[in-house]
Design a protein around this ligand. Structure first.
Ligand SMILES: C[S@@+](CC[C@H](N)C(=O)[O-])C[C@H]1O[C@@H](n2cnc3c(N)ncnc32)[C@H](O)[C@@H]1O
Length: 217
């Protein structure tokens, strides 16, 4: 198996040492194989809703000789995974709305000991909004660039608290666009999208202006 790209590396860096992993939407199972091989995770469930990607994952697991540590499992979201077999859950490479739907449908989502490592490909603002409205706190957030595209990774946990956040929070989350160039690039992409949407809608224009101010540019 090849090494992880910077997007999956960033996801991996948010996983706790010793955590039992669930990788939801695993496809090639690169992430669980890397984390088990490096000794970060003692065991993992590599899950996917589709048989074809799951068989690709099984191949990676077999080639790495890790079938005793990693179980591949056909599962829609977390429906086929028990709360008592995982600590950290990665959901990467899907849209923000689908990620929130998967967490919302999980029976053990409200366990505060679980850590959620989330990497939305699109609509990260809707995912952050959903997390805030549903009692999750963002503990960390970072960005990376892979193949010249900027991605964000969110580490969240359930606290049960639903704090009122500013209108900009879904776009900014815990990023520091004033001091971190990659964070600024990610926020600038939001600004660009909002400017496109803003034609005839003053609310989007105001959000874009607010974000620009937050970047310090
Ligand atoms: C683009 S791949 C991402 C692979 C890997 N997680 C990554 O970030 O590189 C998305 C994967 O999610 C799977 N998927 C989509 N919806 C899912 C669901 N509801 N439950 C589990 N897996 C799902 C797809 O079959 C596909 O293999």
């Amino acid at each position: 198996m090849r090494g992880l790209d910077s997007r999956l590396s960033l996801c991996a860096s948010f996983v706790r040492q010793g955590a039992r992993l669930a990788d939801v939407g695993t496809d090639h199972a690169y992430l669980p194989v890397w984390l088990c091989r490096e000794g970060v995770c003692p065991q993992a469930v590599a899950a996917d809703v589709n048989p074809e990607p799951l068989s690709r994952g099984q191949l990676t697991v077999d080639e790495a000789g890790l079938s005793e540590k990693i179980t591949t499992r056909l599962s829609d979201g977390l429906s086929g995974i028990r709360g008592d077999e995982v600590d950290d859950i990665v959901i990467a490479g899907m849209g923000g709305e689908l990620i929130s739907k998967i967490i919302g449908g999980c029976a053990f989502a409200k366990d505060p000991e679980k850590r959620w490592i989330l990497q939305p490909m699109t609509k990260s603002e809707l995912l952050i909004e959903w997390l805030c409205e549903n009692g999750f706190e963002i503990l960390r957030q970072d960005c990376c660039v892979a193949a010249d595209k900027c991605y964000t990774v969110i580490l969240a946990a359930y606290t049960g608290e639903t704090r009122t956040r500013s209108e900009l929070y879904p776009y900014l989350g815990e990023l520091c666009p004033r001091t971190n160039e990659t964070h600024r690039r990610f926020v600038n992409a939001h600004i660009e999208r909002l400017r496109k949407q803003s034609k005839g809608d003053a609310r989007f224009a105001a959000l874009a202006d607010g974000l620009l101010e937050a970047t310090g540019e």
